[in-house]
Ligand binder design. Structure first.
Ligand code: PGA
Length: 256
């Protein structure tokens, strides 16, 4: 059974002070929780302080991106080793904002996923179709391409450790979430491809989480779909109480 996985992607929000305050509050609120994996992705500048504030708690810390080289003349970039040293244990890779605004491709995603594993970070690899692609009935083709090219060369063991975030681009930051049926269909497709291409066991272990306008009001229904193993939450993760409600919705037993 895959433990539900809820990650908050803060994007370019929150100062170091804001991040530390939030983490301290959240760690207290989830201290007795072991049925849900909870992860926060602050900005690079807040990574170290957030990881210190989360030390020995149930809250994991993720970077929002990484570079694929260990070190070198790459002005403005941060390597997986540096992120690991700062105390993070996850890295988001290939978020649609990185793809559409900063020229990220399936090839760069592939290098970054491999670099994350090499640095001892668990990648949260983002995939998902645009509205145009959905309307042209290309959703499954796009997902197939993003999986085959983005995850090329990974071992079965790495697939088993990976988190894949299915994030339809049209649902991100728009307030328009995928319907539970749409999410369920896409997640089922992703799982069947993982089975086909990497084998039964890694496909069962891999977390496939949903992202795109997840809110306290829609989280429970989305998270109860088969093959939806959690959520990547943007806007609604900025407020600790609303994020906590989403975390609580992921529990398979009682409410927090
Ligand atoms: P949103 O963002 O929840 O604000 O739609 C999700 C994401 O970008 O991961």
């Amino acid at each position: 059974m895959r433990t539900p996985f809820i990650a908050g992607n803060w994007k370019m929000y929150k100062t170091v002070a804001d991040a530390v305050k939030y983490v301290k509050e959240l760690r207290g609120l989830v201290k007795d929780l072991d049925a849900v994996e909870v992860v926060l992705a602050p900005t690079f500048t807040a990574l170290f302080a957030a990881a210190e504030a989360a030390r020995n708690s149930n809250v994991g810390i993720a970077a929002q991106d990484l570079h694929w080289e260990r070190e070198g003349a790459f002005t403005g970039e941060i390597s997986g080793q540096m992120i690991r040293e700062a105390g993070a244990t996850y890295a988001i890779v290939g978020h649609s904002e990185r793809r559409s605004l900063f020229g990220e491709t399936d090839a760069s995603v592939n290098r970054k996923v491999a670099a994350a594993f090499a640095a001892g970070l668990c990648p949260i690899a983002c995939i998902g179709e645009t509205l145009d692609q959905r309307e042209r009935n290309e959703t499954f083709d796009v997902l197939d391409r993003q999986i085959t090219q983005g995850l090329d060369g990974l071992t079965a063991e790495q697939i088993g450790q990976l988190v894949i975030a299915y994030e339809p681009v049209w649902a991100i930051g728009t307030g328009r979430n995928a319907t539970p049926a749409q999410a369920s269909e896409a997640h089922g497709h992703i799982r069947s491809r993982l089975r086909q291409w990497f084998g039964q066991e890694p496909a069962e272990l891999c977390h496939v989480i949903y992202g795109g306008s997840v809110k306290p009001e829609n989280a429970r229904e989305l998270l109860s779909q088969p093959d939806v193993d959690g959520a990547l939450v943007g806007g609604a993760s900025l407020d600790v109480r609303s994020f906590l409600q989403i975390v609580a919705s992921a529990r398979r037993d009682e409410a927090l």
